[in-house]
Structures are given as C-alpha cells and as structure tokens.
Design a protein around this ligand. Sequence first.
Ligand SMILES: NC(=O)c1ccc[n+]([C@@H]2O[C@H](COP(=O)([O-])OP(=O)(O)OC[C@H]3O[C@@H](n4cnc5c(N)ncnc54)[C@H](OP(=O)(O)O)[C@@H]3O)[C@@H](O)[C@H]2O)c1
Length: 240
Amino acid sequence: MKQVLITGATSGIGRSLALHYARNGFSVTACGRNEARLSELCNHHDNLKSLAFDITDSEQVIEASSTLEAFDIVILNAGDCEYIDNAANFDGALFKRVIGVNLLAMGDLLEHLIGKIRRGGQLVFVSSSVTYLPLPRAEAYGASKAGIDYLAKTLAIDLAPENIAVTLVQPGFIKTPLTDKNDFSMPFLLTAEQAAQRIYVGVEKRKKILDFPKRFTYLLRLLACMPFSWWCWLLTRKNK
Ligand SMILES: NC(=O)c1ccc[n+]([C@@H]2O[C@H](COP(=O)([O-])OP(=O)(O)OC[C@H]3O[C@@H](n4cnc5c(N)ncnc54)[C@H](OP(=O)(O)O)[C@@H]3O)[C@@H](O)[C@H]2O)c1
C-alpha cells in the first residue's frame, strides 16, 4: 500500500485530500493541530491515521517526524491567510505569523521529512495563484506563497538527482474555512472536493506545476503580462 503524509488535514483542502487518498487505497497520515478534528476524520476510513503537531514548533516537528517511516508522497498543505488591512500602519506581528506558518515552517518540515521520502517519491507544496499578480492586502500571504514557489522550483532541480519529484500547486479560490472569512467576491470558486480531485490527478501525473481552475489562472497570467505600472493604475484609480 502506498503511503502519503498530508499537513493541514483537519479542514478544507487537506481534509478532502486525506479522504480522497484514503478512498483511493493509500495509507494516509493526516496532520494538524486539532486532535478532535483529526480523530473525527480518522473515523471515516481505516486507511487514515493521525499525527497532531504544530508545524511552527521545531520540537513538535522533530518529535512527530521521529515516529514516521517512509512515504511515497509528502503533501505540505498546512497554511493560513491574514490580510494587511492598513498598509500605512503595517502590522509586523501579522506579517511574522503568516510568513512563519506558510514559509518558515517549511525549513523544519523539509529537514525532517525529505529523508523519509522514498526514491521515486514525490514532494508536493500547496502554494497559491496569488503569486501571479500583486493583489491588495496580500502583502503577507502573497510574499509567503511567492517564497514557496521559489522553494519548490529550486527543490525540483536539486532533488531530481535523488529521484524525488516536486509538484507546486497553485490553486485559485477554494471554498474552505480559510476563504469563508473573505469579504470580497471570489470568481470561479471550487469546492475542496474538486480541488482535492485535481491535486490527486496532477500529482499522479507527476506534474511540476499544477494550477486550477484554468479559466481563472489563465486570466491572471494574461493580466500579469501587462506592464506593472498599468496594473497599479487599474487597482489604485478608484481611490484617487
Ligand atoms: N482556500 C483557498 O482558496 C486556497 C487557495 C490557494 C491556496 N490555498 C492554500 O491551501 C492550503 C490549505 O488551505 P485551506 O483553504 O484548506 O485552509 P483551512 O481550511 O483553513 O485549513 C488550513 C489547515 O492548516 C492547518 N494549520 C494551520 N496552521 C497550522 C500550524 N501552525 N500547524 C499545523 N497545522 C496548521 C490547519 O489545521 P489545525 O488548525 O488543526 O492546525 C488546517 O488543517 C493553505 O496553504 C492555503 O494557503 C488555499
């Protein structure tokens, strides 16, 4: 039986991924901090087991990873989003929190998990399509995910000799507790189940970059082709 580890499996995309992999015959190690939600999840399928730890706590990462054996796939999905509501009064603590969980935590996770991935295995990062274009209030979230993009792409080069494939996932808007907080319209919103299905198929195909839904990500890519000064003008003209 193939083994997959998924961080951020207590809700949203990670939870749907855990259930999807379990139904497809994988043995799934589902991770998160919330033990009650992890045990509720594990009741859904015999192939699911839980591992509770905080990815921002080095000691917890070391202890949790010491209990693990080998994996075919490791999916680093856990993350959070908080917006900078007043850039002129920049919230440094918020910035540190978001960069901490989305980007800095990757250091400990990679140090202790890369060695657990079998030769021929896969490492998957869940980034975001936010990185195609600078979007209002996304200073912290966007910077953290831009860091993930660079990290994943360099690891795709440097882990190739170890026969470990890297997939960078860049989803558009997905309906989860993370986006339920958003107070703006989210075009082409997908369900977490739809996202999990697309990630599962793309990872099976060993795609290097996996972005969806295409009708949204192509639009963002097209907009990203315009000069940055035009993009700034478009987003700021309402405030003048
Ligand atoms: N939803 C979207 O539209 C969207 C779009 C693009 C990218 N993404 C990315 O997709 C990933 C999953 O997001 P989601 O929308 O599914 O969000 P979500 O429903 O809020 O789930 C976030 C998960 O991350 C875990 N997590 C957060 N902080 C953690 C910590 N310090 N230690 C361990 N686990 C932690 C949470 O578990 P606990 O609370 O139990 O720890 C939870 O399982 C994130 O990286 C997000 O940036 C989401």
